[in-house]
Design a protein around this ligand. Sequence first.
Ligand code: MLT
Length: 319
Amino acid sequence: MPDILICENIHGAAVEVLSLQFEVSFLPDLWKDSVELSKRIGDYRALIVRNQTQVTAALLAAGSKLVVVGRAGVGLDNVDVAAATRAGILITFTPDQNAVSVAELAMGLMLSLARMIPAANQDTKNGNWNRQMFVGMELYGKTIGIVGAGKIGYLTARRAQAFGMKVLAYDPFISRDSILLSELNAELVSLDELLARADIVSCHLPATPGTVGMFNAERFEKMKPTATFVNTSRGEVVVESDLLGALESGQIAGAAMDVRSKEPPQAGGLERLPNLILTPHVGAFTQEAQDRVTRAICEDVARVLDGKPAQNAVNKLSN
Ligand code: MLT
């Protein structure tokens, strides 16, 4: 009898180890066909997903033998945790394992915007030597506004501080004695103040009813015309048409987006903007982060199937 279904591209040594103990079906494209996934899920005790499978109440209901769903990543916007709890299915995830990689990408995007690295690369490869076209900006001495001061926000702030940046943070869920503020000498401010003062706004928010659409025209208007905006968190927090407007009108100077409101995105105008850098949701895509994430999720799923408590359970089940 099969035990575990992996319906996205999650592989590596940890999956091989898991396969020694359990019968694992590796169907990396199955997430694309929700009907077929629903048909098959009833055979399995565990499901392992990344962020593309929609783990809906209906899918969980079809998983009549499901005991655990492992989310290889940190965002839970694709998993109906409440429905899982009602169905007695444990959700486990990897809260910290890719945080360094995402923070490093955020820094890379900030540097890319400040020094126009993608445009300079393309122009030079086109045979030009236009040094005067690429007079950039230092990060040193600038102010970064961290929106969402969880683990990734914290790690980004630490790296920004190493560049000599002043750190502002907005997060309604952290207190003034949090480690971010004390260790990094960061200033906790309102969102309006952060937007008004930051030279770079770096977004580290989950997609929740309170954050979806947060970066709209009104918010971009509050930023300095010289400021840039970086989003390595969730695409849904940005109203993309409003970002397009803010970049076209010069309301803000530039932006970098690793995530989109719909992934993969439809062409909608953003891709033709010279002051916007786009990457395909690769914040967590380093070998190191993928190894850590895969190991953690495989170990946790194995633990639950063995009747042991999970290390990183998201929900609490009443027995
Ligand atoms: C995450 O939520 O961990 C990242 O966005 C990466 C992913 O979903 O694969």
